[in-house]
Design a protein around this ligand. Structure first.
Ligand code: ZN
Length: 241
């Protein structure tokens, strides 16, 4: 293949990598921010669930305390019933004990209900805690990976920049100018391969005669009649090296 074309293919490769690295430099820090925000939201949801369980535990403790007080009150009333003098007073005491017993029954019912709720909440929280451990590990791994990639972008960019500059020095000025102009109007892509009579840049078919010329090694740079990119034939059956 002609030397100019080989150098242009290499330059295009370097420039494409540059563009990708520049894109990554913009996107990766944003991905890091999103990753942190997503994880913070998961942690907040879990903390809220822990808070709900704690509030329920507190309600349970208060009910147990109410039951303890109710039982104590009942015991006192039952003790006092032996000290009453009149039948009227006795009837009043019986009524009071009955009311206290009803109250105690109601508190006991509430305790049974809250214990059931607590069991369900604890089971659900245990699952969530387990999931959170896994999410946390994945988050740490992804964060580390992203930070590593962000950290290496600058050196990648400098390396590509140097490689690109040194390559440009070896390419004739007029060809370089043509490359740059084509690149500017084609979203950064000036040199593309062609295969099976199709341009890999615009995916339009290449006229057979031009395609045949492409197969022969000419000194002339060939251009896609549709997108005007510089094209070269590349055997896609060949393994990539
Ligand atoms: Zn094309």
């Amino acid at each position: 293949m002609n030397q100019n074309l080989l150098q242009l293919i290499e330059l295009q490769k370097i420039d494409t990598e540059m563009q990708k690295a520049l894109q990554s430099r913009k996107e990766l820090p944003l991905r890091l921010v999103r990753l942190d925000a997503d994880f913070a939201a998961v942690r907040k949801a879990l903390e809220e669930e822990r808070g709900l369980l704690e509030a329920k535990n507190q309600a349970h403790r208060e009910l147990e305390e109410a039951l303890r007080r109710g039982v104590e009150q009942l015991r006192k009333s039952r003790d006092r019933i032996h000290e009453v003098k009149s039948n009227k007073e006795y009837q009043a005491m019986l009524k009071e004990i009955e009311t206290l017993e009803q109250k105690r029954g109601a508190v006991e019912d509430k305790i049974i209900a809250i214990l059931e709720e607590l069991d369900a909440m604890k089971a659900s929280l245990a699952i969530r805690e387990g999931e959170f451990q896994a999410v946390g590990r994945r988050y740490e791994e992804e964060r580390e990976e992203l930070e590593k990639r962000i950290g290496s972008i600058e050196s990648q960019l400098q390396e590509r920049q140097r490689a690109g500059e040194s390559l440009r020095e070896r390419i004739p000025k007029n060809i370089l100018k043509r490359y740059d102009m084509t690149k500017n109007v084609n979203h950064g892509l000036a040199v593309v391969s062609a295969w099976k009579e199709t341009c890999d840049g615009c995916h339009m078919s290449i006229p057979p005669q031009l395609y045949n010329e492409l197969l022969e090694e000419t000194e002339e740079l060939m251009v896609c009649p549709n997108c005007r990119r510089i094209i070269y034939w590349y055997d896609q059956n060949k393994e990539h090296v």
